[in-house]
Design a protein around this ligand. Structure first.
Ligand SMILES: Nc1ncnc2c1ncn2[C@@H]1O[C@H](COP(=O)(O)OP(=O)(O)OP(=O)(O)O)[C@@H](O)[C@H]1O
Ligand SMILES: [Mg+2]
Length: 283
């Protein structure tokens, strides 16, 4: 499914002394099956933007379309089913006695048979990387990363066509971050779900996104492939962002060693290149 945002404006507490313009004329599109990363420094409007994708916030000005259809009061209920929204720190919303019940919670109104329900829960658990034996445990027995994934599975189980993850890896250790990012890539590749990943980690976005949208002060500042975005390190630094560390390193190395390519944005790619060079050198 596709999503389009046209000339979106949003101001918090309008007409009060605390008025804060959070979005200023934002237009963008997310294509069917696409994986888009949204990046930008703290307070630039990322969460405000994505809360318009499922109608949680109503545009002050501008329009949101899902599959070409305008989001409004009438269409909102149906559209919400297509958009799975995972907020920052979703694990605080877990409350059922078992992980299974928590994941299945949203299915209550779907009138599924027990078998159908189980199948949906098992798929959501599998794709988020939760082992089946965890399902009968209490959420209190899970690690931080597992809790986070259980909360995400509770959204995935609803079979959204687009999944919006707002800082899904925040506060997790490196292994926890990796598992979540791998899951996000997998649900896009295996289930054809469009994914929007909000993050302020350049490393995370470089690893998984096909396209990057850079926000700054309530506007879309840059848009392009990771390669296009991360090669503009000066422009990124001007808006308080830094290209992934590894890309800076390769930029420098490539100036010294002609056999080293300049545009390398992930540690995995860097490792492959260095391995090839070292093997070549040992011959
Ligand atoms: N409920 C609110 N009331 C008033 N102002 C708000 C509210 N929520 C956000 N803001 C302000 O709107 C601006 C955009 O906030 P938003 O949460 O969308 O940014 P963000 O890019 O998601 O930041 P972060 O990376 O910290 O999550 C910020 O200046 C923020 O202080
Ligand atoms: Mg935010």
């Amino acid at each position: 499914m596709s999503l389009k945002v046209e000339n979106l404006f949003y101001t918090y507490m309008k007409g009060t002394p605390f008025e804060k313009e959070a979005l200023n004329n934002v237009s963008l599109e997310i294509g069917d099956g696409e994986f888009v990363g949204i990046i930008g420094h703290t307070g630039c409007g990322k969460s405000t933007l994505v809360q318009h994708f499922n109608g949680l916030l109503k545009p002050e000005e501008g329009r949101v379309f899902i599959d070409g259809e305008l989001m409004n009061k009438k269409s909102l209920k149906e559209m919400r089913k297509k958009v799975g929204m995972v907020f920052q720190y979703p694990e605080y919303q877990l409350f059922e006695e078992t992980v299974y019940k928590d994941i299945a919670f949203g299915l209550k109104n779907e009138k599924l048979s027990k078998e159908e329900e189980r199948e949906r829960v098992l798929h959501a658990a599998r794709i988020t990387g939760l082992e089946e034996e965890l399902l009968e445990k209490s959420v209190f027995e899970l690690s931080g990363g597992q809790k986070r994934r259980a909360a995400i599975a509770g959204v995935v189980v609803m079979r959204p066509e687009i999944l919006v993850l707002d800082e899904p890896a925040a506060g997790l250790d490196p292994e926890g971050r990796e598992t979540i990012l791998d899951f996000a890539r997998r649900i896009c590749d295996e289930d054809g779900v469009s994914v929007v990943l909000v993050s302020h980690s350049m490393e995370d976005i470089a690893r998984v996104a096909d396209r990057v949208i850079v926000m700054n002060d309530g506007t879309v500042e840059m848009e392009g492939t990771p390669e296009e975005i991360f090669s503009q390190s000066t422009r990124l630094e001007e808006i308080g962002l830094t290209a992934p560390q590894i890309s800076k390193l390769f930029d420098k190395l490539s100036q010294e060693f002609p056999q080293i390519p300049r545009k390398v944005f992930t540690v995995e790619k860097a490792a492959d290149i260095l391995e090839d060079i070292l093997k070549g050198g040992a011959k």
